[in-house]
Design a protein around this ligand. Structure first.
Ligand SMILES: [Zn+2]
Length: 379
């Protein structure tokens, strides 16, 4: 059943479907942010939007609002990203609800990653205001550009990161999962600069940048390096025409590890492969290494982790600490001094057209947020 024209009475499902219908690939969050701003202003919240992270009319900045405490305890930040990965052929989601499961109904990604969390957080905030629930301060930070390198979270000013602890719901699997460890990641880019020449007339005068780049990749150990470490070359680009010895070739990849020394070792070995291949091919090479995000290992004693466990107990959901190979805005918040955890929102098959979420998971997210608010007051 397509939901257009026949909205469910459930306000959380209805809000989620509204958000899912608005396409918001990274860098194109204007429409969804305008929708959310209007909605939050509708319950009297003062909403701030930061500078857009890209310079075009479809771009937006992070949305931020704060609810002043009416009880003692720990102020909490709820954070979720509104952007999604781009859909194949720019397809639009046309969400379908069947047997308690919401899927995209098209070739588009549904975007429950992370609109399930956005919907649950907005609805929770509205409920806190309407029902005048006790709370120790709540901040809502809806970020842009998460899928394009945590760019929104990285751009958040310190004045918006003042809560005692933070909660994202940007992980997959059943609600109850709590990400206890996440790797650090570095990106590696190398541009090989050889010498172009006519491939048929004077190949001996050329030095192929593609041959050098290929040799570098072949020399690298990639994939799963050990239990803590992974590496990948994801981009290779070069050449102009079949009859020209290529003068330029660019490669880019990444390494991740839960252990910083192992990450350093892997990055060093990838850079050594680049230097070796450039020297062997007689070409120059320009290299850049960027720290994308810092990993974390958290457990009991971490304020957000402890509050999450208390909240799970409160609503009878069994917590399941997991380790992930992915990064999220949580990596940035922990680094910027707001002890934060990433919880599962219950979405599955994210970043694919088969993505789905159950109505039950949406409700569990909502209940979990309310429980965190209660526990923060008592704590
Ligand atoms: Zn996500």
């Amino acid at each position: 059943m397509n939901m257009r024209g026949k909205e469910p009475a459930d306000p959380l499902v209805s809000l989620f479907l509204d958000l899912a219908r608005i396409a918001s690939p990274s860098g194109h969050e204007r429409e969804i942010m305008d929708h959310l701003t209007a909605r939050l202003r509708g319950v009297g919240l003062e909403v701030e939007e930061s500078e857009p992270i890209e310079e075009h009319p479809a771009a937006a900045g992070n949305l931020y609002c704060r609810l002043a405490a009416n009880a003692a305890g720990k102020a909490v930040m709820f954070a979720a990203h509104v952007d999604t990965v781009a859909s194949a052929e720019d397809a639009l989601p046309s969400p379908v609800l069947e047997n308690g499961i919401i899927s995209s109904g098209s070739r588009a990604v549904l975007g429950a990653d992370d609109k399930a969390a956005v919907a649950a957080m907005v609805l929770t905030l509205e409920q806190v205001i309407k029902e005048q629930l006790s709370h120790a301060g709540i901040e809502l930070l809806l970020t842009v550009g998460e899928e394009s390198g945590l760019r929104g979270a990285k751009s958040a000013p310190p004045t918006q990161l003042t809560a005692s602890c933070g909660f994202c719901m940007d992980s997959t699997g059943p609600v109850g999962r709590i990400v206890a460890s996440s790797p650090s990641q570095k990106t590696i880019r190398a541009t090989f600069i050889g010498k172009p020449a006519h491939a048929g007339v004077a190949p001996e005068q050329g030095r192929s940048a593609i041959v050098a780049a290929a040799k570098a990749v072949a020399e690298m150990k990639l994939g799963r390096i050990n239990a803590d470490t992974t590496a990948n070359i994801g981009i290779i680009r070069g050449g102009e025409a079949v009859n020209v010895v290529p003068g330029r070739c660019h490669i880019a990849g990444e390494a991740r590890s839960h252990v910083d020394e192992k990450l350093e070792r892997q990055v060093t070995s990838m850079l050594e492969a680049v230097s070796y291949a450039a020297a062997a091919g007689g070409v120059d090479v320009e290299v850049a290494v960027v720290d994308e995000f810092q990993g974390f290992n958290i457990g009991p004693g971490h304020l957000a982790y402890d509050l999450a466990l208390q909240a799970f107990a409160d609503i009878d959901i069994r917590p399941e600490p997991v380790s992930t190979g992915g990064g999220s805005d949580v990596n940035v918040f922990n680094l910027k001094g707001v002890p934060s955890v990433n919880l599962s929102a219950g979405m599955e098959q994210v970043h694919t057209p088969d993505e789905y979420i159950s109505v039950e998971s949406l409700h569990q997210c909502h209940q979990l947020l309310l429980a965190i608010i209660r526990k923060a007051v008592r704590g």
